[in-house]
Design a protein around this ligand. Sequence first.
Ligand SMILES: Nc1nc2c(ncn2[C@@H]2O[C@H](COP(=O)(O)OP(=O)(O)OP(=O)(O)O)[C@@H](O)[C@H]2O)c(=O)[nH]1
Ligand SMILES: [Mg+2]
Length: 446
Amino acid sequence: MEDTIAAISTPVGKGAVSIIRISGTDSLEVAKKLFHSKSLFYDKILPRFMYLGNFDIDDNEKEKCLMVYFKAPFSYTGEDIVEFQLHGGTFVTQKMLERILNNGARLAMPGEFSRRAFENGKISLDEAESIIDEINAQSEGELKASLMQSRGQLKVKIEKLQNELTECIAKIEATLDYPEEDFEKSAKEEIIKTVEKCKDQIQSFIQNSQRSQYLKNGINVAIVGSPNVGKSSLMNALIGEDISIVTDIEGTTRDMLSASTNYKMIRINYIDTAGIRETENKVEKIGIEKSKKSAQEADVVLFVLDGSRNMSQEDRDIEKSVKKFKNVIKIVNKIDKKRILPKMDNEIEISAVNKKNIEKIEEEIYKIVIEDKIDFNKQIITSERQLEILKTCQSLINQILQNKNQSMDIIALLIKKLWNELGKITGKSENEEIIDMIFSKFCLGK
Ligand SMILES: Nc1nc2c(ncn2[C@@H]2O[C@H](COP(=O)(O)OP(=O)(O)OP(=O)(O)O)[C@@H](O)[C@H]2O)c(=O)[nH]1
Ligand SMILES: [Mg+2]
C-alpha cells in the first residue's frame, strides 16, 4: 500500500486562497488529529462536502479553514484525498503543512500526486505531460494547446493506431502458423496499408506540432535596415516603452536588444538590430554581423526604410540580402514627413514617432505566420518529447515500408518496435524510465 503524502498545491506566495492536499490511505486519519468542526463526524463523513472548522496550528492557535474529503477511487489520484482550503498567507500554510507532516503524512515529491493518478489509471501519460505544460504555459495560445492535449485527444488517436498495429501483429502470427502463400500475401497487403495509414497520421501530427512551436516559443521578428531609418523608434513603438536608445546619430544601436509583446494569444519577440552599413568601427562591425545573423534566424524580418528619402546603396544591398528570407515585411517609416521614396508593393507606411499604423505590422506578422497555418481545433503537440517519439516512429515506418518484401518475422519485429514507440505516448508500453522522467518535471503539490 502507498504511504500518505501531502503538499501545498497552490503556488507559493500567490493568490488569496491556499490549498493543502493529502493523499493516501491515512488521509482521514491525519485530518482527524488536526481538524475539528461541529458539523463533522469522521465516522460519518460525507465525501465532496465542504466542512468549515478549525485546524490546530499548535496548542493555543487555531486557523479557520475549509476541509473537503474525496473518497477513493473518486479523486484526482484515485486514493483517499483530504484538502484544506485557507485564506492564510505563506507562513500559516507552511505551519499547517508541517503539522500534517508530523502527524502521519510525508512530503510529496514533485509530481507525485499526478504520478499516483497515472498509476491508478486516472490520467494518461499524454494528459500528465499536458498538465506540466499547463502549469508552465506563458501565453493563452500555449495554454489552449495543452488543454487540448489534456483532454487526451492525442492519446486516443495514437491508441487507435496501436490497436490497428496489434491486429497486424496478430495477422502475422497467424501467417506464421499457417504458412500458405495466398494467405501471407493478402495479410501483407493489409499490413502495409495499415502502416501507410500510420505514416499519414503521424506526419500530420508532426506538421501541426512544428507550427505549434510558435505557440510555445513565440514568433521571432528581426527589425533590420540601414542606420537612422528608425528601427529603434519602431521597436519602442511596438513594445510601448522606451527600451531602445534613439538618436539622430547613425550607428546608435550597436548590440541586439529584444523584447516581447502578446498579440492575439501569441507572443511576438522583437529584436532591434544595428543598422547595416559599411563601417570601420570595430564594435559597430560586430553589431552588424549580429544583425545579419538575427535576420537569418528570425521567423519574420521587418525591413525598415526611411520614406522621407530615396533608397541609398545600403538600402539596396539590404533589400537584396533579405530577399532570400521567406517572411519579409517592408516598412516605410517617417510618413509624418514628406514622402520621397517611390511607392512599393506590399509596403506598410508608418510613423514610429507618432505611433501610426503600428498595429498593422502586428496584424501582418500574425497573418503570415499564424493564420491558415495553425488550426486550433486540430491536435497540437506541445511536448518536445512527444515530437521526438513521433519522429522515431516516422523512421521506423519508413524502415518497414522499405523492407516490405522481407520475410514476415522481420516485419513483425519492426511493427512491434513501432508499437512500443507509440506506447511511449499512450503509456501502453511499460517503460518505467519514461514515466519517471515525465513526473520528475512536475512541481511540488501537483
Ligand atoms: N520624423 C520622424 N522621425 C523619426 C521617425 N522614426 C525615427 N525618427 C528619427 O530618426 C532618427 C533615428 O532613429 P532611430 O530609431 O535611432 O534609428 P535606427 O534605425 O535605430 O538607427 P541606428 O540604431 O543608428 O541604426 C531619430 O532622430 C528619430 O527621432 C518617424 O517616424 N518620423
Ligand atoms: Mg537603433
